[in-house]
Design a protein around this ligand. Structure first.
Ligand code: ADP
Ligand code: ASP
Ligand code: MG
Length: 436
């Protein structure tokens, strides 16, 4: 028998009918034996994810306020699912246990993790699968990074001991023994870890769309679904804003060459997107376009900057000293710009300016906010000419001003910076030029 690890996202497990669909998908293939589950997500656009409800519980708890009302909302979400499915699960006692445990685990991560914990227990019961707590099989080291060796070894031993099991996504155990979550959307990472640990034939990631789209569907209407994409292209697109998969989910499976298949829980018959190491040559230069708002640029100008040994290093060190990492750093002869996340510098702008002034004594230093970065990604770009010409002609023709251009050394991506107000239009223009 083969091994498939299947991860189901929040919308795929948002209510009882979603659970039924998930069970039908799992039962239709005996290889789908190891399941990673998210907390219940949104049932409709204004709905609240259980994870967000739990953050609210934490906010009340940490303020010393009564948490009963906010926990009742969480309980109601689970009670709806349990009652409708007819699963024998005592949600009242489980919530009481969480409240009790939380007195000794008063952390944001502990609270947030309970959505995945409870949902996975319910799913395991409903499927007749074993339940294995992620705290016993996923481990972080003292720096907060995944402890890969320990995790893969123990995950394989404990989860692999069962014919079929459900493991909660999103969290594991930190080096000090407390519960630690990944960043938002992190169940994708847990699924990839499970697939790697069990050396699965495939990692199936079930969500609410029929695969990875070549642009954000909230910007371009009905963008084309990508049939096959390489791990590298996927990483570049997810990092830059294609939020369908957590951008760190690629690492555990890439090294082991385990393919990822993004599939739609509502339409499991659709092929979805295959993510592999050796994607076949593409007849299209651009595989996809993705971007994000919320960047700032720190611009430094100084005459004869290029003759000053260590100038760039000292500017970057001033930024690093403030705990800020940089995204891009294009330079001119006497100018240097450093692109950073606006969120990271919002409380230390003045300090960064002071530090740069002290370190390199520039002629001018300014910070500009409101920048969007957009990645144009395609394995078919590397060996084709004329791509940059087409890209910049299309953008220029639409009167969009480009603030930054950066091309990765592998030639499979071009990143441009534009004003946030031009973000959506730029994505549309690029999509229409290369894909639409
Ligand atoms: P899940 O709860 O299953 O993890 P997410 O909400 O995290 O699902 O991710 C799926 C959503 O990602 C889609 O509904 C879509 O709105 C969004 N999305 C953003 N960019 C893309 C893209 N390039 N391709 C597909 N979906 C995308
Ligand atoms: N439930 C978590 C979140 O909302 C993790 C996940 O769904 O992947 O971010
Ligand atoms: Mg997700």
């Amino acid at each position: 028998m083969g091994i498939k690890v299947a991860k189901f996202g929040g919308t795929s497990l948002a209510d009882a009918s979603a659970f039924r669909r998930v069970a039908a998908i799992i039962n239709s293939d005996p290889d789908r034996r190891y399941i990673v589950a998210s907390a219940p997500g949104k049932r409709f656009s204004d709905d609240i994810k259980v994870t967000d409800m739990l953050y609210e519980c934490y906010n009340h708890a940490i303020a010393g306020e009564n948490t009963d009302a906010s926990f009742d909302k969480v309980k109601a979400r689970f009670a709806d699912i349990i009652n409708d499915l007819g699963v024998d699960f005592d949600i009242d006692s489980e919530i009481e246990l969480v409240k009790e445990d939380s007195k000794n685990n008063l952390t944001r991560d502990y609270f947030a993790s309970r959505g995945e914990f409870l949902n996975s227990k319910i799913l395991a019961k409903y499927l007749g699968f074993s339940f294995v707590d992620a705290k016993d099989v996923i481990f972080f080291d003292e720096y907060g990074h995944l402890d890969e060796d320990k995790t893969y070894h123990i995950f394989a031993e404990k989860v692999g001991a069962y014919e079929a099991a459900v493991v909660p996504g999103f969290y594991g155990t930190a080096a000090d023994g407390s519960i630690k979550t990944f960043s938002r959307g992190g169940s994708d990472v847990s699924g990839a870890i499970g697939a790697r640990a069990l050396m699965a034939d495939i990692y199936e990631n079930f969500t609410d769309v029929s695969g990875m789209m070549s642009a954000d569907p909230r910007i371009v209407s009905s963008p084309k679904i990508i049939d096959t994409i390489s791990y590298t292209e996927l990483r570049e697109l997810t990092y830059m804003g294609a939020t369908v998969l957590h951008d760190e989910a690629v690492f555990p499976v890439r090294r082991a060459g385990i393919p990822i298949n993004i599939k739609n829980t509502m339409r499991p018959e659709d092929r979805g997107t295959m993510i592999v190491s050796n994607a076949p040559p593409s007849d299209r230069p651009v595989t996809g376009v993705a971007g994000r708002c919320g960047f700032s640029t720190i611009n430094v100008e100084k005459d004869l900057m290029n003759t000053e040994l260590g100038f760039g290093r000292r500017v970057l060190h001033a930024i690093e000293k403030n705990g800020v990492s940089f995204e891009h750093c294009p330079t001119g002869i006497d100018t240097m710009s450093v692109f950073v996340a606006s969120e990271d510098i919002k409380n230390c702008k003045e300090k960064i300016i002071d530090d740069i002034n002290n370190k390199v004594n520039p002629d001018v230093i300014t910070i500009e906010d409101g920048i969007a970065l957009i990645a144009v990604v395609g394995r078919g770009m590397a060996n084709r000419t004329n791509i940059a010409a087409r890209l910049f002609t299309a953008i220029g023709y639409n009167n969009i001003h480009i603030k930054m251009i950066d091309q990765g050394s592998c030639g499979t991506n071009i990143i441009i910076g534009v004003a946030e107000s031009d973000y959506k239009k730029t994505v549309e223009v690029i999509y229409n030029e290369f894909i639409g």
